[in-house]
Design a protein around this ligand. Structure first.
Ligand code: G1P
Ligand code: ZN
Length: 543
């Protein structure tokens, strides 16, 4: 086995986004692309000699090849111990759990989350820190800086490592430990939730369908729901992971998980249904005849978490990303909990969780989790729902309506305009920025603009400041419009417009969301000039 130092030159555009580096798969497969980025990570975290790292991914196309390259580079860079999911597979929350449980120096997760997989789709790679969460901005900035000056990388010339057999092996002095991807994470779940109560729920005939969307959670869901909790065979749909996610879009929302939504809206609806994404960190929650928005789900979980053993003493605090609806804020106010507003992206919750300031947090993009790991955890959210349903013994619809009646209701939708020209996006945002000062106190669509600003986050734990995190307008009567650009896209710019109306009117439990939000949608278009600047008269996706 020869150790080689390969000369290379910086590759443009290796800047980590909201969640690591995501690019078209063919880009990742091009000469030196993966190798450069891996070496930049190793250099950016101060070298990896003698360190222990976790490695695994969501199994998408190129996962297997990339893992072999990373192992050879890790050995050449002096890594002491690599903990690898069997077959190169780890869901994102399971990887976070292994990083924490084994007290490692962090980990590398291969995933482009909910983006499609395949040679003509997307690939991604991110580094998680020893605390288990995505690297914060100072770390990703250092990794990016390394990509711009890199002149060589180290790699071993060696045969492929057998990833199929559990146990330890040696690669040029580096210990490789292949672990079951599911086991430790599933054991952790047993410590958090009342498995007996959930088992009794299933034994009583409660029906549940989980759609793994041909992605990484299939084996996790089989183990937890069927083997450990006794749900019947057939509970897990699309449970066999495939490198291109069955040709689909592994994004658990009403558009990409439409068959499951159709099921709960039809005559054969189960009592409860849920789905997760490519790498297992997102969740979608459905009841008979009902889609529960991620923002409402976060609020309801925060209000009821004490029904699960892990959270029985209450929550330290809660947090949501800025564009997420303020439904959870209402719960925090009612329960006297601290509530934090962070920029989009899970990495911003890390400090709050580490400092013990919050227990539960979430994003409107279907990510919810707690302090049990440092990633969002799709199946965790679904298990907490099951625990709550097992205790409350009421249909999902009744629980949600009762929640709105008690805390008030926030209507919420996100409009996505995909693949717009970078130049149009810049024009739109600079126009908005210029208009902000003039908007405050003025009138918009018959309502007063109470605030209009660009969100800057001041991290209360380490004092760091993250600016330009989205433009937001709040309107009298509880309305809010937020504009931001996606940081996870791989081509063109995606404009996200977040619309929210809030009311305490008890009659609002029966109002129609589309109708309630329609005037706000028109206002958003008007104030930002979406149609005028981008030529788009309707969003590509309403989430
Ligand atoms: C999107 C979501 C964000 C989430 C991220 C990673 O980022 O909006 O909440 O954390 O994916 O899953 P965006 O594309 O908006 O930057
Ligand atoms: Zn994901």
């Amino acid at each position: 086995m020869e150790q080689m130092t390969i000369k290379t030159t910086p590759i443009e555009g290796q800047k980590p986004g909201t969640s690591g580096l995501r690019k078209p798969t063919r880009t990742f497969m091009s000469a030196h692309y993966l190798e450069n980025y891996v070496q930049a990570i190793f250099n950016g975290i101060g070298g990896v000699a003698g360190k222990t790292l976790v490695l695994g991914g969501d199994g998408r196309f190129f996962n297997d090849r990339a893992i072999q390259v990373i192992l050879r580079m890790a050995a050449a860079n002096g890594v002491a111990h690599m903990i690898v999911g069997q077959g190169g597979i780890l869901s994102t929350p399971a990887a976070s759990n292994l990083i924490i449980q084994h007290k490692t120096d962090g980990g590398l997760i291969l995933s482009a989350s909910h983006n499609p997989g395949g040679i003509d789709a997307d690939f991604g790679l991110k580094y998680n820190v020893p605390a288990g969460g995505p690297a914060p901005e100072d770390v990703t900035a250092e990794i990016f800086a390394q990509t711009t000056t890199l002149s060589e990388y180290k790699i071993l010339e060696a045969q492929d490592v057998d990833l199929s057999t559990l146990g330890s092996s040696d690669l040029a002095g580096m210990r490789i430990e292949i672990v079951d991807p599911v086991h430790d994470w599933a054991d952790l779940m047993e410590t958090l939730f009342d498995f007996d109560a959930i088992r009794a729920l299933f034994a009583g005939g409660f029906t549940f369908r989980f759609d793994a969307m041909h992605a990484v959670t299939g084996p996790y869901a089989e183990d937890v729901f069927v083997n450990r909790l006794g749900a019947p065979q057939g509970t897990v749909l699309n449970g066999t992971p495939s490198p291109d996610f069955g040709g689909g879009h592994p994004d658990p929302n009403p558009i990409w998980a439409k068959p499951l939504v159709d099921l709960v809206m039809g005559p054969d609806a189960p009592d409860f249904a849920a789905a997760s994404d490519g790498d297992g960190d997102r969740n979608m929650i459905l009841g008979k005849g009902l889609y529960v928005t991620p923002s409402d789900s976060l609020a309801l979980l925060a209000a009821n978490a004490h029904l699960a053993p892990a959270y029985k003493d209450g929550l330290a605090g809660v947090a949501r990303s800025m564009p997420t609806s303020r439904a959870v804020d209402r719960v925090a106010t009612a329960k006297g909990l601290d509530c934090y507003e962070t920029p989009t992206g899970w990495k911003f919750f890390g400090n709050l969780l580490d400092a013990g300031r919050i227990t539960i947090c979430g994003e409107e993009s279907a990510g919810t989790s707690s302090d049990h790991v440092r990633e969002k955890d799709g199946l965790w959210a679904i298990l907490l729902w099951l625990n709550i349903l097992a205790v409350r013994k009421k249909p999902v619809l009744d629980l949600v309506r009762a929640h709105w009646a008690e805390f008030g209701r926030n209507f919420y939708a996100r409009y996505d305009y995909e693949g717009i020209e970078a130049e149009s996006a810049n024009t739109l945002f600079s126009g908005l920025r210029d208009a902000l000062p003039g908007l405050v106190g003025g009138e918009l669509g018959g309502r007063i603009v109470e605030t209009a600003d660009e969100f800057s986050y001041h991290d209360p734990v380490d004092g760091s400041v993250s600016s330009a995190q989205g433009i937001r307008l709040t309107l009298s009567g509880g309305g809010r419009i937020v504009f931001r650009l996606s940081g996870t896209g791989t081509v063109g710019a995606t404009l996200r417009v977040y619309l929210e109306e809030a009311t305490d009117d008890p009659a609002a439990v029966d109002w129609d969301q589309t109708e309630v939000l329609a005037p706000l949608a028109a206002l958003a278009d008007d104030v930002a000039g979406i149609a005028r600047i981008t030529g788009r008269t309707a969003p590509d996706v309403i989430a």
